[in-house]
Design a protein around this ligand. Sequence first.
Ligand code: SF4
Length: 367
Amino acid sequence: MAKKFADTQNLIIVNTCCVTKEAEIKSLRKFRSAKRQYSDHKVIATGCACRLAPEKFHSADQVIDNVQRNEFIKGIFPEPEKSRYFLKIQDGCNGKCSYCIVAKMRDTVESKSIEEIVKEIKWAVSRGYQEVVLVGANIGLYGYDIGLQLIDLPKALSKISGLPRLRLSSLEPNFVNEDLIRCLKDLPFCRHFHLPVQSADNSILVAMKRQYDIVYLEKIVSLIAKSFTDVAIGADIIVGFPGEMEHEFDNTYKFIKGQPFTHLHVFPYSPRPLTSAYILGDPIDRRTKRQRLWQLKDLIKEKNHEFRKSLLGKSFDVVIEGSDSVPKGLTDNYIRVFIDGACKTKRVFVKVNRVTDDKTFGTVDNA
Ligand code: SF4
């Protein structure tokens, strides 16, 4: 958007989110503080919160909600000041998950064509990005609107030379299958999967209107684990969904503990307007939600430490981030590693030689 407004002086663009109540409140706070602090600037509000409640942003000089924004920036490639390039391959979801406002704000699936994606990847490579992360509201639905499926994308990419390192962002468990895994293995895809599991209790999964049960989840996680060595597997979990009793939370806890998860994002449930679960209210108290959240956070801290210890002595493909005096970068299996000594290039092999409970260290491996 900044590129599109390149000729406008003194401009502030506030990107807003409404995925949780907290995100919505923070967005509004940012918008109000931008208005206050930069009263002589033009302030534009954009994003999903503007679609949910445009009246809250009435004092903006311009409101461009998420749907209008997709149109507005069509064909423009972003240029983030990062070493990794986030390429949006699709937007929108037609799912019916009972807690989810995303599918209400972005209800139309819109995918970029394979040609557009290839063009954007080549552009990212020409600008020096070492990794391209494929992102979207629900990337499993890639191609739904243009007669394709997600698997068609890696199949097409396998015919392209000079690909950078590729990574999939969050992928719904119901879109993971053996064929997709086989295609990804033929490409420079990162050994990293992030699954929005949300709960590992069958009755809560039904109440959430998710498309799978525990038996299926177990099958998918073990398929990923046996297909790639040293693979990172992350998950999103919502704690405190209405009606989540202690034993149902325990089922989720035990599942995460027993499966090879390495990363976790835990969210306390937040009722969102327009969703079907909204009428259930928010019966689980804040304290219980915080307790469950910290139980899972403590668990994953331990599991992540164990995972990183298992990497000692091994070498990994690392994309260097930033330009700090102590170089650091991200391995393909999603570990941030601090590197002893200088790095001459933006992508190096690093041997992991020391691991603490929250940090990983290594040296450039020239072997
Ligand atoms: S699949 Fe994801 S984006 Fe779609 S409705 Fe469910 S939670 Fe929302």
